[in-house]
Design a protein around this ligand. Structure first.
Ligand SMILES: Nc1ncnc2c1ncn2[C@@H]1O[C@H](COP(=O)(O)OP(=O)(O)OP(=O)(O)O)[C@@H](O)[C@H]1O
Ligand SMILES: [Mg+2]
Length: 337
């Protein structure tokens, strides 16, 4: 695909409900505060090959990933695990291109780790995967993202659907601090318009807190405020909250960078367990963590003012043991970045 100029085709503006949960302020971003350039249209590449592929895939997809969850009084069967494919993703902030034709397949049931030096576009790439990039007024985008073969940027898809099916856990835990632990977990149901009775909610809260590795620590104080938990517990509460809307993919942007080693280990164990129920993409600066939790790994790099690209991706053990590219070798061995 040829890269469009910095003013790709315009698409309709995003809908008002921009995120299921509060994103951290830009000031919390590891690479610093970025004042958005003057407003321009949110842009997207022309719906070409991806849309055609998505249309082809409709008849063959067993479960429509965009169907809303329908919690009844019965426990739901485990949905098949989902895959996410990014194809030729380029991204801009104003005229500043930050990603150049990045393609990556994030396979069902695997943990994919995104690694690379600060500023190479890992968070931008992650936000493109659940349509959060377009919240920035100057943001531009080209390429395709498919969830189980369905184009998440297809015009008829609601913005909020992508967020529901592709959840996000941020660097800094962001529970609703005054809301109880219980209500934090079920908060997403209300926001996504899903009605559930008390019994269903009780089951959901227990299931999600168990999956997030927090149940035993909080089961006797579910009505206490979420803000009263430790940082590591708050992060697991946020994971539980994300799980409550049954995402098919969970994106995690440096989820342990604000945590102590013990809490980090607990989250890593949680990630290993969660792989059975949700496909995970994690950004981390911790090479040991990438090696411990992921099966696949992608190394991003933006050299000398050029947009970020993926230098190498593949099996995590191979990437760390026998990288094909010298730059990967240097990075995973701590020689630069
Ligand atoms: N809201 C924004 N407005 C303008 N430029 C931005 C914005 N967010 C990020 N950028 C720029 O996009 C580029 C990629 O940033 P991004 O945050 O994706 O990098 P990163 O790899 O996640 O870095 P880190 O490891 O420090 O978190 C950087 O040059 C950054 O300055
Ligand atoms: Mg980042």
């Amino acid at each position: 695909m040829s890269v469009p100029n910095s003013v790709p085709n315009s698409v309709p503006a995003p809908q008002p409900l921009d995120s299921l949960f509060p994103a951290p302020a830009q000031g919390q971003h590891a690479s610093g505060v970025h004042a958005p350039p003057p407003a321009a249209a949110v842009t997207s590449g022309p719906p070409t090959a991806g849309s055609i592929a998505a249309a082809d895939a409709v008849g063959t997809t067993a479960v429509d990933p965009f169907l809303p969850p329908s919690p009844g009084s019965q426990p739901q069967p485990q949905a098949p695990l989902s895959s996410l494919v990014a194809r030729d993703i380029s991204a801009w902030f104003g005229t500043h291109q930050v990603l150049d034709r990045v393609s990556l397949e994030m396979a069902a049931g695997e943990v994919t780790a995104l690694i690379g030096p600060s500023g190479c576009g890992k968070s931008t790439f992650l936000r493109i995967l659940n349509r959060m990039h377009e919240l920035v007024p100057s943001a531009g985008l080209a390429g395709e993202v498919e969830l189980d073969g369905e184009d998440i940027y297809e015009r008829s898809r609601k913005l909020t659907d992508a967020r529901k099916h592709i959840g996000m856990v941020f660097q800094k835990p962001n529970p609703f601090p005054a809301m109880s632990i219980y209500d934090n977990v079920v908060a997403g149901l209300k926001l996504t318009g899903v009605k559930a009775g008390k019994e269903t909610k009780d089951e959901l809260v227990q299931r999600c807190l168990t999956s997030a590795g927090l149940w035993n620590e909080v089961k006797d104080r579910l009505r206490s405020p979420g803000g009263g938990l430790s940082g590591g517990q708050q992060q697991r509460l946020c994971i539980a909250r994300s799980l409550a809307v049954r995402p098919r993919v969970l994106l995690m942007d440096e989820p342990c960078s604000a945590l102590d080693p013990t809490s980090t280990r607990v989250i890593e164990e949680t990630i290993k367990e969660l792989r059975q129920e949700v496909t995970i993409v994690i950004v981390t600066h911790n090479m040991q963590q990438a090696a411990r939790v992921s099966q696949r790994c992608a190394f991003f790099l933006a050299s000398q003012g050029t947009p970020g690209v993926i230098v190498e991706h593949g099996d995590t053990d191979a990437m760390f043991g026998e990288p094909r590219d010298q730059r990967t070798h240097d990075y995973v061995n701590g020689r630069f970045g």
